[in-house]
Design a protein around this ligand. Structure first.
Ligand code: NAG
Ligand code: NAG
Ligand code: NAG
Length: 276
């Protein structure tokens, strides 16, 4: 029951979506809205001060009138979006709910005087984009004690940046550091690593305490591998000599295979342990 309730709350949260607002009173404003959320576009300071306003989707070529105001009344002219729009006439703010990608594009506001003569117009550009989700971090240790960390997030045009212990990562910590979603940290670095992901809509972060990879661990690793090979060779040689005496090729194969399999499992287990 609790699980079902949790799911319902989440889906309500998703369908509600993010809200963004934009001051579009200047000609040529660029406004961003979260996909599935609501966008507030302030078109004028007070729409009741105008005799007539007309709001269009599209540029000069193919345009559709979507709303009209006359003194203190407003009406939606384009019915497909009727149930998603509200206009706050007192502060000239146009709200569009449940935005879709095809709400993106150019919009135009025209003013008319009481005689219906055009007084001026201003354009705005609306971009509907998917917000960035909470990022996920994953890391692996590389051979020289370096650590490769990846940060991944869903959304349109994510931009990544990183901090270690509150300091922006630089080229010395993670060369070549170029604000990608995957970085390679130099050895012996530790502390709180944060990945910041942002786009035109929102921003999210994820942090994790990292401890340095087995740095001198490179040598330990190599010694370990050498020892393993040595043991393997000894066993092989031993069993070869042993079975050569007995001259039984079938059993010889089985014996070597078994040793090899055990060694592989060991190796895999060690790798997992080191890579956390
Ligand atoms: C739009 O969303 C708001 C708040 O999320 C809601 O109050 C309103 O009823 C919705 N519909 C319209 C047409 O504004
Ligand atoms: C306009 O008014 C509405 C309703 O009172 C409010 O939600 C919105 O934030 C206002 N917008 C601006 C830009 O003042
Ligand atoms: C916009 O996209 C929605 C679905 O996301 C679709 O139902 C609608 O017909 C599209 N409108 C136009 C004008 O293409």
């Amino acid at each position: 029951m609790e699980a079902v309730l949790g799911l319902l709350v989440i889906s309500a949260g998703v369908s509600h979506g993010l809200e963004t607002s934009c001051d579009a009173r200047e000609d040529g404003s660029q406004c961003y809205g979260a996909l599935g959320g609501a966008v507030y576009l302030q078109l004028v300071t007070d729409a009741t001060r105008y005799d007539e306003l007309s709001f269009w989707k599209g540029s000069t070529g193919a345009k559709t009138e979507i709303m009209k105001t006359k003194n203190d009344k407003w009406v939606i002219k384009y019915t497909p979006i009727e149930d998603r729009v509200h206009f706050f006439i007192n502060n000239g703010t146009f709200r569009l709910n449940n935005t879709r990608r095809n709400d993106s594009g150019e919009y135009l506001l025209q003013e008319f005087n009481s005689a219906g003569v055009a007084q001026g117009s201003r354009g705005l550009q609306l971009f509907i984009e998917a917000p960035v989700s909470s990022p996920q971090l994953s890391s692996v240790c590389l051979s020289h004690g370096e650590m490769r960390v990846s940060c991944s997030s869903e959304g349109d045009g994510p931009q990544y940046s990183w901090t270690l212990n509150g300091q922006t990562l630089n080229d010395t910590d993670a060369p070549p550091y170029n604000m990608t979603n995957t970085i390679t940290l130099k050895k012996d670095l530790s502390g709180d690593l944060t990945c910041i992901v942002r786009n035109n809509i929102n921003r999210n972060t994820v942090s994790r305490r990292i401890s340095h990879c087995p740095g001198s661990g490179f040598n330990v690793f190599v010694y370990f591998q050498l020892a393993e090979v040595f043991i393997l060779l000894t066993i092989c040689l031993g069993s070869y000599l042993f079975y050569k005496k007995k001259t039984c090729p079938q059993e010889q194969d089985d014996g070597e295979l078994a040793v090899f399999a055990v060694s592989q499992v060991d190796h895999g287990g060690t790798l997992r342990g080191v890579l956390m």
